[in-house]
Design a protein around this ligand. Structure first.
Ligand code: NAD
Ligand code: MG
Length: 339
């Protein structure tokens, strides 16, 4: 794993600001790919982790001053202040500012200096996977996009960075800040996080209210989801159909479209429209500024659901389920975005 000499980032220093889920994975992968990496991280657990990982660590402002490219990998809601305080006054003219999600640029929360290349490299997976796949010689596929290119080097820099984190091994796809931001939010709201968890919980509650045992309902609606998701991930609908029974296939094909139907699609379109109009972004920024009262109340209620009690009890008999996955560096309350 060496840096190719024609890399647009050869001889340039990369500062990773925010050493959390994505930050740690990017920093370690780039370092192992031969890049010159420093970390800008305020005091706390994440900073201790970066030091333990053997990386040069400094305050965000110092790191921005010492870098050619700054990757801004704090939580999205914290980025505008970090940009204004640590990056804008310090990053050299002609430097590059990189994001892993387009939210703040697309929704106008950060208006980067005109002399900076503004680029996006968005891995389509959580940080722990970005690191694990890289170490295994694989890679989480990445989207990349260019918002500003005053140096003429923006695209080459984005591609070099994506290569460095292993994101090109699985295929690199060019997008725009708008497309990445809107599809990423839609995916996590309607399908990956919001959609799937509601489906699981509603299925669990339907079985409980009909008098079935919670343990049986848990295995059916939550535990077995992994088998199906793995099949879909590995080989799409075809692989899943090859592995499930004929009875399961017939039930899927005839009942699935009754559970998720045209009315669900209509609500998905509403959710997408709220994202595209900026309504979701305004709501989330206002919530964050108000100290997250609604977010915290909703999350507490979610985690107090009976499915969590049954699940914890059943999973405690299968400790291997939770082994081998590195702990997330940031505390859950520090991590507003899930995907
Ligand atoms: P995170 O919450 O895991 O880590 C954030 C880091 O920033 C932590 O080290 C924390 O100490 C630090 N931090 C928190 N608040 C701060 C503040 N106010 N000032 C300075 N530092 C602060 O973040 P993440 O989930 O890795 O997200 C980083 C970026 O990556 C976001 O733009 C996110 O949308 C994007 N992204 C995340 C994922 C994911 O799976 N987590 C996937 C793709 C893209
Ligand atoms: Mg995502």
């Amino acid at each position: 794993m060496t840096t190719r000499s024609n890399d647009a980032l050869a001889g340039q220093r990369i500062a990773i600001i925010g050493y959390g889920s994505q930050g740690r994975a990017h920093a370690l992968n780039l370092r192992d790919s031969g890049f010159d990496v420093i970390v800008g991280q305020r005091a706390g657990k994440s900073r201790d982790q970066a030091i333990a990982d053997g990386l040069p660590v400094m305050d965000p402002a110092e790191a921005a001053k010492a870098a050619d490219l700054v990757a801004l990998l704090t939580p999205d809601m914290a980025q505008p202040a970090v940009y204004a305080e640590a990056i804008a006054p310090n990053l050299k003219a002609g430097g590059a500012l990189l994001f892993a999600h387009g939210f703040n640029v697309h929704f106008g929360q950060i208006a980067p200096r005109a002399d900076l290349d503004v680029i996006l490299v968005a891995p389509k997976g959580p940080g722990a996977l970005v690191r694990r796949e890289y170490e295994a010689g694989h890679g989480v596929p990445c989207l990349y996009a260019i918002q500003q290119d005053p140096t003429g080097q923006a695209k080459a820099r984005a591609q070099a960075y994506a290569h460095g984190i292993g994101g090109a091994r699985g295929g690199l796809i060019e997008t725009s800040f708008a497309e990445e931001t809107e599809t990423d939010l839609f995916g996590e709201q309607a399908v990956l996080c919001g959609g799937v968890t509601e489906l699981v919980v509603q299925g669990f509650e339907t079985l409980i209210e009909a008098g079935y045992q919670p343990e049986v309902a848990y295995f059916e609606c939550m535990h077995e989801l992994k088998l199906i998701v793995d099949l879909l991930h590995e080989g799409g609908l075809s692989k899943m159909h090859r592995y499930i029974s004929e009875t399961a296939q017939y039930g899927d094909l005839t009942r699935g479209p009754r559970v998720i139907d045209a009315s669900t699609r209509a609500r998905m379109r509403e959710v997408l429209a709220e994202i595209r109009s900026g309504q979701f972004a305004r709501e989330w920024v206002a919530e964050y500024r108000a100290g997250n009262p609604r977010y915290q109340a909703l999350k507490a209620a979610d985690l107090a659901h009976p499915i969590e009690r049954v699940g914890a009890e059943l999973r405690s008999r299968m400790p291997w389920l939770d082994a081998g996955r590195p702990a997330q560096p940031a505390a859950p309350t520090e991590r507003p975005e899930a995907a």
